[in-house]
Design a protein around this ligand. Structure first.
Ligand SMILES: NC(=O)c1ccc[n+]([C@@H]2O[C@H](COP(=O)([O-])OP(=O)(O)OC[C@H]3O[C@@H](n4cnc5c(N)ncnc54)[C@H](O)[C@@H]3O)[C@@H](O)[C@H]2O)c1
Length: 263
């Protein structure tokens, strides 16, 4: 781990991760802490934030947990100001919070559409604005936004999920253009299939699902959350200093398999 920490040169960088108490978010927080960064976890789930803090303390690492409803613009502004007071301005933002509200578009309640976009897209914009201001002031920074393979491929039963994730791709590209001259980069990581609190019900409801899904993935398995975190740390660090407006797909090759489904 020490070699990796040197390679990434993230020592002392203040790194904000939204949805930091969740499956992928907590893996990113852990990787950041191991690399010497100062991780800040923004999440609405107080219990999971507290559990993360004590688990990390037992591993000899620290995290600053900040309870925040990311669907609330004021709450995000307050969290950004409080966090700045405690640990200083953000060097890194990982927009990762997300939720799913499955359904077919023709019968999707507008309420579900709005609730999903509020977290999966609006909060990404609001956090980019709030924490991006710290970075512009410093003249440098890195934003990494978590999209999904669903950003590149529609899923008919996914409600507004693919729409929100496709929006994340364009938000990131637009930020890259807007903030490049200020030394701030913006990139996307698109995960494939991972076992997290968000997705676990899919697997529990049907014991054959895992095997059937793994058969669609060239690497033959569901991913490990730290495999998303590793791609995030690359974009968060200066090892990607000449990359902005780009995306990495972390899916074991799943999205390359569409033609193998042809009859
Ligand atoms: N799990 C997968 O297979 C998968 C695949 C592709 C993309 N993703 C994306 O990865 C990201 C992380 O998802 P995950 O799988 O770790 O899910 P998760 O449910 O484990 O984590 C999501 C976190 O977001 C937080 N959150 C949701 N709404 C919030 C709000 N209003 N305010 C504050 N926090 C809020 C939750 O409390 C939770 O801790 C999401 O953007 C998701 O869309 C996940």
């Amino acid at each position: 781990m020490a070699g990796q920490a040197n390679w990434l040169e993230l020592d002392g960088k203040v790194a904000v991760v939204t949805g930091g108490a969740g499956g992928i978010g907590s893996a990113i927080i852990r990787r950041l802490a191991h690399a010497g960064a100062v991780p800040v976890a923004l999440d609405r789930d107080e219990e999971r934030l507290a559990a993360l803090k004590s688990e990390m303390a037992a591993e000899g690492h620290e995290v600053l947990p900040v309870q925040c409803d990311l669907a609330d613009e004021k709450a995000i502004e307050t969290a950004a100001a409080e966090m700045r007071q405690q640990v200083g301005p953000a060097d890194i933002l990982v927009n990762n919070a997300g939720l799913a509200k499955p359904g077919r578009l023709m019968s999707l309640p507008l309420e579900d559409w709005h609730a999903l976009l509020a977290v999966n897209l609006d909060s990404y914009f609001l956090c980019a604005r709030a924490f991006g201001a710290h970075m512009v002031e410093k003249g440098r920074g890195a934003m990494v936004h978590i999209a999904s393979v669903a950003a590149h491929n529609p899923r008919v039963v996914g409600g507004a999920y693919s729409v929100s994730k496709a929006g994340v791709l364009m938000l990131s590209s637009q930020l890259a253009g807007d903030l490049g001259a200020s030394g701030v980069r913006s990139n996307v990581v698109s995960p494939g299939l991972f076992m997290t609190p968000m997705s676990v019900a899919n697997y529990e409801n049907d014991p054959t699902i895992r095997e059937r899904r793994e058969a669609m993935i060239p690497l033959g398995r569901i991913g490990e959350t730290q495999e998303v975190a590793d791609a995030v740390l690359f974009f968060a660090s200066d090892r990607s200093s000449y990359m902005t407006g780009q995306f990495l797909v972390v899916d074991g090759g799943m999205s390359q398999g569409i033609l193998t489904l042809l009859p």
